[in-house]
Structure formats: C-alpha cells, structure tokens
Design a protein around this ligand. Structure first.
Ligand code: ADP
Length: 628
C-alpha cells in the first residue's frame, strides 16, 4: 500500500508511525515456521491443557510398552513352569494396565479437543478483529466470500494440524519409542532388523506430504472462490433472475465444485497411497523378524516368550508408527491452510492514529483540501491536486462525470484513504494529526446505498449511539421524516428490517440512514446522494429529511439532484481527478463549460419534475442551459 507512504509534506512526521510488515512473507510459511508459530501462539497459552495431554500421552506410551513384557512373562515364566498364581497375577495386571491406559487415553482425547476448540475460536476471533481494524484498501482487495471461507475451512485445518499432527504425533512417537525401547532391550539385532524398513517409509511419506500440500492449497483456494461465487450470486440474485442467468451461475458454481472435488481427490489419493507402502513395508519387517526370530528360537538363542513379546511389540508399534508417518500429510494440509490464515492475522492497518495524536479540536468544522494527490494501490491516479474549501456550516457540492474522483475525494475526510501528497485540514488541523476515533466521531456519512443491518429499526437508527434513549431515537426519526412510516410498520421501532433492509423501500431505507446520522449529530456531514430515482413522493420525503440533516452542518455532498446543487453554497466540478470549475449554479451554467453540459444532460429530469414545484427556478435553469 505504497499510496499512503509516498513522500509528501508530512512524510517526516509520518515516519514516526511504527509500521510492521503488512503481511507474512512466503518464507514465514515454511512448514517449520508455521509449526513453531502455531505452537507459540496457540499451544503456549494453553500450556496446562497441553501438559495434561502430554502426561496422558506418556502414560499411554508407557502402558503400551509394558504389554509385550507381560506376554513374554506368560510364555517364559507361566506356561513353561505351569505357575497358576503368576498367571492370575499377569491377567489382573493386564486389566490394570489396560484400564490405566484407557484413562490416560481419555484425558489425552478430552484435553486435545479442548485445545483444538480453543485454537479455532482464538483464530476466528483474532481474524475478525484484524479484518475489522484493517484498512479499507486492504479489505476491498479481497472478496468477502474468501474471508468467510478462511473462517470456516482454513481455521479448522490449522486446528487439525495442532491437534492431529502436534499432539497425536507426540503421543504416537512416544508410544513407538517405548515399544522400540522394549524391542531393543529384548534383542537389539532383531530390533534393528525390524526397524530397517522405517527410513524407506519416511522418505516416501515426505514425497506424498508435498503432493498433499499442493492439492490442499489448491482445494482451499477453490473453496474460497466457491464461497465468493455463492455469496455473489445470492447478493445479486435479482440481477441474476432478471437477466435469466441462473444457468450461468449454476454452471459457474458447479464448475468450481468439480474443481474443488478434483483437488480433494488428488489430496485423498496422495494420502491413500501411503497405505499400500506402509502395509507392505511393515509386512517385510514383521516377516523378517518371524524368520530370523524363529531361527533364533530353533537355535535356542531366543526364548519363545521373547519372540512372542517381540512380535507383539512390533504389531503394537505398527498403528502409531503409521500415524506418525501420516503426520506429514496432515501437517502439510495445515501448512497450506495456515498460509491463508496468517496473512490475515498479520495485517496491520496503516491508517492509524499517530502515537502523539490528540482528539480533534472542533470549533467550526470547516474542511479544506490542500493540493491533495492520491493513487490507489493498483496505480490509478484518482486525485491530481484537489483543493477544496468547505467553510463552516456551508454546503459544498461535488459534481462531475462518473469516475472523475468525487467518491475518492469524499473518502479522504474520514481517512478511509490518506493522500499521497497534500493534506486535508479540519479547523486548521491536519486530519492525520488528530486521533482517528475523534475524527470519525465528528463526521456523519450517508452513503448512496444506505446499509441497514438485519436488526430492528431502533437498533439501526441507534447504530452509532447504542446508548441513545427512546426519545432521542424517536426525535431523530421524526427529523428524518421517518417516524410516521416506522410507527405504521407491524412492530413499529421493533420491526426487524431483514437482510440488508430488504423489507423496506429504497426511500424508507434512506430515511432510516438519515435518522442514524441525525442521532449521531456530528458537525460534519458527508453525503453521497443516491443516483437511483425514487418516486416523487419518496423523493420529496428524502429531500426534506436531508435538508433537515444538512441544516447547520458543514456538508460535503456528491450531488446528483438539481435541488441539492441549487441549495449548495459552492459547487466544484471534478473530472479526471482535478477541479475543473467552481462557483454557484447560475455562474457555472453561465460559464458554458462542463457543468453547463452536465446539467443539460444530467438534471433534465429534475428540471421537468421541478416545473410544478418551482416554475421560475426551472425556467431560469432551462434558459441557462439553452444559452450554454
Ligand atoms: P466518482 O465518484 O467521481 O465516480 P471515483 O472517486 O469513484 O469517481 O473514482 C475515481 C477513479 O478511481 C476512477 O478511475 C476509478 O476507477 C478509480 N477507483 C475508484 N475506486 C478504486 C479502488 N478501490 N481501487 C482502484 N481504483 C479505484
């Protein structure tokens, strides 16, 4: 995001803002680094549970290691000597050992899952916090569906890495070590023979792990795209239906589903390929032990009990060994997921309050743009030396062709973006010198498409001031010409508005958004007028509400309506990131430049609408337009 760090008049002071790297570098995401980070970030804080789980693992491993010894005792001490008392003792001992092992396995299981759940909730909450606090520029680069997929899928995979690879790995390796220990203790030559196949298995599993990681990464990316497609198709369902494009969306999504399926199958195949090899290798190992061990028994170098114990130890080691070998593949899936999660967890907002920032000292709310330049991250040079003055309590309108830079200009005031050079000043204070929260507290923003949350009308109005009293909320609604329609709703202020306010009309949604701004009662108003036409009655109500909202506030408005423009104290015509003309309506029309041209095409509807309301004004405009 070089756009906010480019040198400008404030470059020196800006250097004082501490900046961390925006996201993890790919090197950070190497397997070891990922495991280390996962362990320090997520296992360390849960060390008590981890310790309990490890103790459980040690007990499971130890008790498993005892079993072959018990078997040896049965053959060598009991059967040969016909010692019934010892036989009973061993039977009881086996029950005891198994029960102990069961209890330990239970502890490990419970603690492992508790750790897993804590990890997933920690990742999800941290991820959401990071996204909410991130810069708008960063958020708008990523489709919301991909974020959701990271919440749902990637976080789960990271958890699996920790619980399945780190914890299970510890338990299984301990068990393998205990069993191998007893094997070496019994007969080191046979043990060496039995273990000779392990390195081959390990090399092969490593190869498979890489394949799984690749398939897994592609699968996760596909799942991210899939959720992006689905949320887009649902969000735009009316357009989809109106243009008869259901089939296209269905094909798009099923293609993605197939793609994800292909990647998952590739991953599964890589994982499944592990079995034939590990089975055959362990078969070779056991066969070798049976042959050479059998020969040793025949030659009386080994007792029958020792051979039985040895084979049992190998059989017991087989399952945990297979899991240890499989850890590679599971771990690689987690690494692929972590590669998607960590960059989100690492994102640092660049637009922050400076360490020495003070709350804004607001006397008048006068805004001044001083030679503001701005380029988006993709290089679009959107503002090229914008200078605008909005004196206290005045309304200043921005007009101009679409793509000219009006929204970008408006977005500079709440610091959604920072200028590359030049500055925005409110009451003499560079807005980068005041705290971000005090700046945003002094601004109300009413957007073109008012956004309502799926909550009650009351909650939507009180969004910026959850502590507002009923009387205050009602007053704001009255001032926004919304009280009457709200009370006519089935449950009045308690009516839920539906997803994105779908249950209300466009004009009603706008008036609720205006009421929200009324209640916030900030001295500065940023207004992006809706371009979509409302019916005349709604339009009039919205206009009334807006006029009430603008009264006494310093207002910067992207104007699409003639009535707004006529009431503005000053108008700036913006095109290609520059201020082309400025002045009041009449003088601009008289200039016969871009504004005159725009007003002829853009405001004709307004002019004919206003014929009834204000004939003389409309005639004057028409005359001016005709002159131009
Ligand atoms: P207006 O509000 O006058 O229609 P904008 O301020 O939205 O114009 O856009 C100004 C220029 O910046 C346009 O060229 C537009 O394509 C570009 N632009 C707007 N938003 C972004 C963005 N998020 N990333 C890159 N370019 C953008």
């Amino acid at each position: 995001m070089s756009d906010t760090t480019a040198p400008g008049p404030q470059a020196d002071t800006q250097k004082t803002v501490r900046r961390k790297p925006v996201s993890s570098s790919p090197d950070d995401l190497k397997t070891f680094a990922v495991l280390k980070r996962t362990a320090t970030d997520y296992l360390l804080p849960n060390w008590r549970l981890v310790a309990a789980s490890l103790i459980g693992s040690v007990v499971v491993a130890g008790t498993t290691g005892i079993l072959p010894w018990l078997i040896q005792q049965v053959f060598d001490e009991v059967l040969d000597r016909k010692d019934i008392t010892k036989l009973i003792l061993i039977a009881v001992g086996t029950i005891g050992v198994s029960a102990f092992k069961g209890a330990a396995a239970y502890t490990t299981n419970i603690t492992k899952n508790a750790i897993g759940q804590r990890i997933i909730s920690a990742i999800q909450s941290r991820m959401f916090t990071r996204i909410m606090r991130a810069d708008l520029a960063w958020i708008s680069r990523t489709h919301s569906g991909r974020f959701i997929s990271s919440f749902m899928n990637d976080a789960g995979r990271v958890r699996d890495t920790v619980t399945m690879s780190i914890i299970d790995f510890t338990q299984n390796s301990l068990t393998v070590v205990a069993l191998m220990g007893s094997m070496f203790f019994m007969n080191w030559k046979l043990a060496l023979l039995g273990c000779s196949v392990i390195p081959f298995g390990m090399i092969y599993m490593r190869k498979l792990g890489k394949k799984t990681r690749k398939a897994s990464r592609q699968g996760l990316e596909g799942t991210g795209d899939l959720s992006a497609h689905i949320s887009e198709a649902l969000g735009g369902i009316r357009v989809v239906k109106a243009y008869n494009q259901e089939d296209r969306e269905i094909t798009r999504v099923s293609d993605k589903v197939q793609e994800v399926l292909r990647h998952s199958m590739r991953g599964f195949r890589a994982k499944a390929k592990a079995s034939p090899l590990t089975e055959s290798l362990s078969g070779v190992g056991i066969a070798g032990v049976i042959y050479f061990g059998g020969m040793a028994v025949i030659d009386a170098h080994l007792t029958k009990g020792e051979l039985m114990a040895f084979i049992s130890a190998m059989m017991l080691a087989y399952q945990p060994l297979k899991s240890v070998a499989n850890t590679q593949t599971i771990m690689q899936e987690g690494v692929a997921a972590a590669a998607r999660v960590f960059p989100i967890l690492d994102v640092e907002p660049e637009i922050v309050s400076r360490p020495d920032a003070k709350p804004i000292d607001l006397k008048h709310g006068a805004i001044r743009f001083e030679d503001v330049n701005f380029a988006y991250a993709d290089g679009t040079h959107a503002l090229k030396g914008i200078s605008i003055e909005v004196p206290r309590g005045h309304t200043v309108a921005l007009v101009g062709p679409s793509g000219g830079g009006k929204s970008t200009t408006l977005n500079m005031v709440p610091r959604f973006y920072d200028p590359s050079s030049g500055r925005v000043v409110i009451d003499g204070q560079d807005i980068r010198d005041v705290t971000l929260s005090s700046l945003r507290q002094s601004i109300s923003l009413v957007t073109q498409e008012p956004f309502l949350f799926d909550d009650t009308v009351r909650a939507n109005i009180a969004y910026g001031r959850p502590d507002a009293s009923d009387a205050e909320i009602e007053e704001a609604a009255r001032n926004a010409a919304a009280h009457d329609f709200i009370t006519a709703l089935p449950r009045g202020y308690e009516t839920r508005v539906g997803e994105a306010g779908m249950k209300l009309s466009g004009g009603q949604r706008q008036r609720i958004a205006i009421a929200r701004a009324m209640l916030k009662n900030a001295p500065i108003l940023l207004l992006d007028e809706a371009t979509s036409a409302l019916d005349t009655a709604s339009e009039l109500q919205v206009q009334t509400a807006l006029s009430a909202l603008m009264k006494g506030r310093t207002t910067l408005v992207i104007a699409h309506r003639l009535s707004t423009i006529k009431h503005a104290n000053n108008i700036y015509v913006i095109d290609d990131g520059r201020v082309l003309e400025s002045g009041d309506h009449a003088s601009l029309v008289a200039q016969g430049g871009l504004y005159a041209e725009l007003s002829r095409s853009q405001f004709e509807r307004d002019v004919s609408d206003e014929d009834n309301a204000a004939p003389e004004a409309a005639t004057a405009v028409k005359a001016a337009v005709a002159r131009a």
